[in-house]
Design a protein around this ligand. Structure first.
Ligand code: NAP
Length: 281
């Protein structure tokens, strides 16, 4: 079984991006810039943002974090986004989710110009992705896609099963696999016979949020299994896939932690660089 090492893949990707940033600096005499807006003091969000800033600096991006207290009003945030939209030194804008209840998430997402939407959440980017046009792609599914391609460069004709249909993970993952000419089944909480659907998959991507939902007898021999889930349990952080038993059947499997997670931030840096390049065209 191939243990898909997300930490190693992310480090390799950051190395490639660092090189690309120095080439862009040479060519345009400036570097891509990522601005993150962090609202409130939720510890997980603070940790994510700190890691994003560290990784951005590591590859040579210009990085800025704008912090607001929980009590900030929506208008202030929208005005700041409008200012960042106009700022040519800012290539990518990310508003760390979740937001306090009094701030409308969708309004915030749609306030970011699509060309600077490094999360790929703007409806324009969602539409472009599903139409097969150039777009920012949400970072986690993009990371999953890159990991799958490392194992199997030619995905044409493969049967893929995506578990979960969130806008963040399942839906964009489906679009990426479709673009690669996979035959994709997208499943969710109302799917009948989830096990039967999974057994048909050459590729399984689980993005559910239920600890160890996917068992060994759900997996076709030699399938590639990507585990997006991050679940806190009494025995620590586990994924949506029962790792030990599935590792005996799968051809390749991502661990949790150390699989998809590290790729997410690396893909955010990649998206920032792509936004910069598109803005220079
Ligand atoms: P979400 O928005 O809660 O979506 C979960 C999806 O799973 C929904 O589509 C839901 O179906 C489906 N589902 C729920 N129970 C199911 C069941 N019994 N059988 C089949 N499908 C079921 O979650 P998310 O934001 O996509 O996140 C999923 C997991 O990934 C979480 O553990 C999250 O922490 C993790 N995550 C990891 C990363 C990373 O960087 N590794 C990034 C983001 C999220 P319905 O649509 O029918 O409700």
């Amino acid at each position: 079984m191939i243990l898909i090492d997300g930490k190693k893949a992310a480090a390799e990707l950051r190395g490639e991006l660092k090189l690309e940033v120095s080439e862009l600096k040479e060519k345009f005499n400036k570097v891509p810039g990522l601005t993150v807006i962090l609202i409130g003091d939720l510890t997980p969000s603070q940790i994510y943002v700190r890691n994003k800033e560290k990784s951005a600096n590591e590859v040579g991006l210009k990085s800025e974090v704008i912090k607001y207290p929980d009590s900030v009003d929506e208008k202030t945030v929208l005005e700041k986004i409008a200012e960042l939209n106009r700022d040519s030194s800012v290539s990518g804008i990310l508003v760390q989710l979740p937001l306090p209840k009094h701030i409308d998430k969708q309004k915030v997402i749609e306030a970011i110009v699509p060309g600077k939407d490094v999360d790929g959440f703007h409806p324009m980017n969602v539409g472009n992705l599903s139409s097969g046009y150039e777009s920012s792609v949400p970072c986690t599914p993009l990371g999953c896609y890159l990991l799958i391609k490392k194992i199997e460069p030619n995905l044409s004709g493969k049967k893929a099963v995506v578990i979960g249909r969130s806008n963040l993970n399942g839906k964009p993952m489906t679009q990426l696999l479709l673009k690669e000419n996979c035959t994709v089944t997208i499943t969710h909480s109302k799917t009948k016979d989830l096990k039967g659907e999974c057994l048909k998959g050459d590729i399984i991507v689980a993005a559910v949020g239920i600890p160890e939902l996917v068992k060994a007898d759900w997996i076709k021999k030699d399938a590639i299994v990507i585990d997006v889930g991050i679940n806190k349990t009494e025995k620590g952080i586990v994924g949506d896939v029962a790792f030990e038993e599935v590792s005996k059947v799968a051809k390749a499997l991502t661990p949790v932690p150390g699989g998809v997670g590290p790729m997410t931030i690396a893909c955010l840096l990649k998206n920032t660089i792509e936004c910069f390049k598109r803005s220079q065209k």
